[in-house]
Design a protein around this ligand. Sequence first.
Ligand SMILES: N[C@@H](CCC(=O)N[C@@H](CS)C(=O)NCC(=O)O)C(=O)O
Length: 219
Amino acid sequence: MKTLYVTRTAPNPRKVLILLASKGIDVDDMADMRVVDIDFAANEQMSDEFTQMNPMQTVPVLTLDDGTILRDSQAVCEYLDRVYGERSVMGNDVVQRAQVCSMRRIAEFEVLYNLMLAFQHSHPSKAERVEQVPEFVAPSISRAVKAMAYFETLLEGREYLVGEQLSFADIVLYLGLDFGKLLKVKPDEQGENLARFYQRMNERFSIQKMAKAMPTDAQ
Ligand SMILES: N[C@@H](CCC(=O)N[C@@H](CS)C(=O)NCC(=O)O)C(=O)O
């Protein structure tokens, strides 16, 4: 049995959950995979058991039947994309794969990463995890907002960043926009195209929409 370790509110594990959902797969209903929820509030990612499996103390992590451990969201998503579902969200041909890769990296490193950096350097919950430098916060947010303007232009007259179907680049951009809310960067105030894109993605993949189904006796 494979095991997927996730925190359902955090952007990197959400990539995995959304990737599967976009293929019509319910992560809690997979015959060959169990899900373990890691509670950041209880610092479960710091436990000895988890640290032994992933010394970086981060989620997501996917363990395979042969003992292989994948400790990075990109690796986990590449694996799941190839193994499950009919259509790849990484691109349908060589050129599309390259385009998805390029858009994903810009969304990740310019939007999501800068916002995560701003969060880590400002939020009290990260004070023990990171040596916080408050001066990083404003420039990191500005850099993310600048990159959002680039995506606003790209989405003019388009539903998706690459081709006519949802790709992994859209998933990462959505997560960047969604994470911005924690830093008061409103996704509906970064241009009309981004607002439309965000609303559509959020209707499908918001944290609430993707929440674990409650057992019937607990409802
Ligand atoms: N390179 C890693 C980074 C993963 C990462 O930073 N995950 C965050 C959640 S989005 C985490 O586990 N943070 C633990 C913490 O803040 O203590 C990946 O993409 O999987």
